[in-house]
Design a protein around this ligand. Sequence first.
Ligand SMILES: [Zn+2]
Length: 421
Amino acid sequence: MPPISPQEPWAQVSEVLRLIRSGEAQTRPELADAAGLGRNVITLRIQAAETLGLIQPSGELRSRGGRAAEVWEVNPDAARLLVGIIGANQLRVVLADLRLKPIADHIVDWPYSGPEETCERMAQEMEALLADEPLPLWGVGIGMLAPVDFFTGRSADPVTPTVAGQRWPRDFDVRRWFVRRLNTPVWVESLSNLMALGAAAEPGAPDDLIAIRMELGVGSGIVSDGKVHRGADWIAGETNHIVVQPDSERICMCGRLGCLDAFAGAWAVEADAHKAIAQGRPTVLAAKDQAEVDLDAIVDAAESGDIPAAEIVLRAADALGRVLAAIVTWFNPRRVVIGGNALASSQLFHGAMSRTLYAVALSASVRQLELRQGRSDHFEEVLGALTMVRDALFSQTFLSAWGPLGAPDRVDQLHTRESQF
Ligand SMILES: [Zn+2]
């Protein structure tokens, strides 16, 4: 697909939208200056955006040089966006307005049951959320617990199965599945990348950051110079399988020895606790049923001073600290956000992981590093998915395709062509 010229009228509308929503420019004179366009041209582009319902006057006036000018803002209610998060054991569906503010947020338990069944259940949840929604749906973002070929929306090479031995098959066309079902443009991305994209969309976020997403394993997403770095094979950020200790006897899900996941993955931590109980170590976990000895219980015990549980949590923290020390020294992010499961929100884990990181990393690379815990409601990945859909819809490429038609659902090619934006 040939690139869109910045002189193209819809490319200019896209730029006007970007300036307004980022707050960089909001009045006609400000927009003309920021976009480098004449006042007459900028008036036409503002009109085009207003005709589509994308912007509205905020009712405020801002004076500059003695004349008051109308302030423009994004119209949140031109349409709706929808996000579907397919986690390890849950599905989450979020409906949001065009300012990315959630209107409905729904979570259901769902043990992964194969791609078709999982997509079907997700679609049912989405349809239930849309049933009472009068506004049109303009785009859907799907987050998956697997690498994704971002151009085609297909699952990429599965690195490892989940604990239950299930995995997304290679080349399952997630985008096409949801486009056919919902008749709306769809974008698909891995949850780790969405978490990074969401962390980067927070106000004041730096352009270079890493998001560590802890669920079954310890994945990560990378934002470099404001953009997600996906790698040549879509598997950048596989912190899970960085070898921490090659002479370890810990077998990872990938079949190799000593990976980070084999120390800090939820499955490995749970296996360690079961082993400690079997060895007769004095731990409060021994009094529980085997099924109750899960990550939450282990972290609780460790935080309460249970020594065998604390040893397991500290070993996991040390492993992640070492991996982070290497990638922080190499990549030099300004911020690292760590979120997800009970380990990620444990102060004991966080403190120990930080100590290893700061002790092992090159001091110049951590001097200004901001180490943060992720939000407890995991909103980063939702915000990441909403940002992905919004930025795609209003990109120069896509707006040039659907702007003349009035709504994105009427552009068939949006559904299938490569999403370069
Ligand atoms: Zn591995």
